[in-house]
Design a protein around this ligand. Structure first.
Ligand SMILES: Nc1nc2c(ncn2[C@@H]2O[C@H](COP(=O)(O)OP(=O)(O)OP(=O)(O)O)[C@@H](O)[C@H]2O)c(=O)[nH]1
Ligand SMILES: [Mg+2]
Length: 268
């Protein structure tokens, strides 16, 4: 395949800078081409990194073809399936090493509409973290079975109450992180593998004093390929959120309530 565009995204996104959309993939060969094309169409200034965990269905090879044809597309080949959290951390490290000003998280399966990306990037001009939210006014969730709706609503309610974060969709995985917030939080301390990765990053950003805003999105159930969602992933989220809540309360008691509520830092 011929590379049609080898120019770097010189100007980036006004008010935000150079943006890298990280798309983690595991067995998404039927989806990766469409999502990359849609991102390129919706936000031509951004670059894309497909972070593939050596998918047995050949997603990595498909992504290589896309990268050969388009200089805005890159591929990170990882050795094997290590979970969503590990793939994102590797993508963040890749972006920080190359000096991107913002990193976007986006699923490969089409649930996160690239057409919503300009609205998220516009909000990022005045925020450190932008969450594409399924649970704020104006959002739509299409074709999700009742059990998934309930799981997401209950999971978010629990996360909000347990961790005291003013975030409606702390489990959502469609986000923009400005580089400053990624530098400010201790990414080395992140231990989540599945869904709880999103909650853990929300918590770390909130505790660092980040400005977090939520933008309503249209979220749609995947049409092709298999979900990697499992009871183990749900269980991990439950026990990690509970563990952080217990730890936060112990710390608050140790420091005294006053100190704990006024002690949040913000980087320069
Ligand atoms: N690199 C990598 N990507 C992963 C891994 N697990 C999931 N993904 C990707 O992460 C994204 C989200 O995974 P999904 O299976 O869609 O999970 P989900 O959206 O919670 O589940 P569904 O609602 O059923 O689609 C997709 O792009 C997956 O291919 C992993 O272990 N490694
Ligand atoms: Mg999905």
């Amino acid at each position: 395949m011929r590379r049609t565009d080898i120019r770097p995204a010189a100007t980036g996104v006004p008010g935000v800078g150079r943006v890298l959309v990280v798309i983690p993939t595991y067995n998404e060969a039927d989806n990766v081409g469409a999502i990359v094309r849609r991102v390129r169409g919706a936000a031509p200034q951004v670059e894309i990194l497909v972070a593939d965990d050596n998918s047995p269905d050949g997603t990595g090879r498909v992504a290589e073809g896309l990268a050969r044809a388009d200089g805005h597309v890159h591929v990170l080949h990882r050795e094997g399936k290590q979970g969503l959290g590990a793939a994102y951390l590797a993508g963040f490290a890749w972006a920080r090493k190359r000096g991107y000003d913002a990193v976007v998280e986006m699923d490969a399966d089409g649930s996160h509409a690239p057409e919503d990306l300009p609205a998220l990037l516009a909000a990022a001009r005045h925020a450190d973290v932008v969450i594409g939210s399924r649970w704020t006014r104006g959002a739509r969730v299409l074709n999700w079975p009742l059990r998934r709706l309930l799981l997401s609503r209950c999971g978010n309610l629990y996360a909000r109450l347990a961790l005291g974060m003013p975030v409606a969709d702390a489990t959502g995985g469609y986000r923009v992180y400005r580089a400053g917030v990624l530098d400010a939080v201790d990414l080395e301390s992140v231990c989540s593998q599945g869904y709880s990765f999103q909650v853990e990053l929300s918590r770390l950003a909130h505790r660092a004093g980040a400005r977090i805003v939520e933008v309503p999105i249209t979220f749609a159930e995947r049409e092709r390929g298999d979900s990697k969602m499992s009871p183990l992933i749900v269980a991990e989220a439950l026990w990690r959120i509970t563990g952080w809540a217990v730890r936060d309360r112990r710390t608050a008691v140790r420091q005294g309530w006053q100190g704990a509520t006024t002690g949040r830092a913000r980087w320069p």
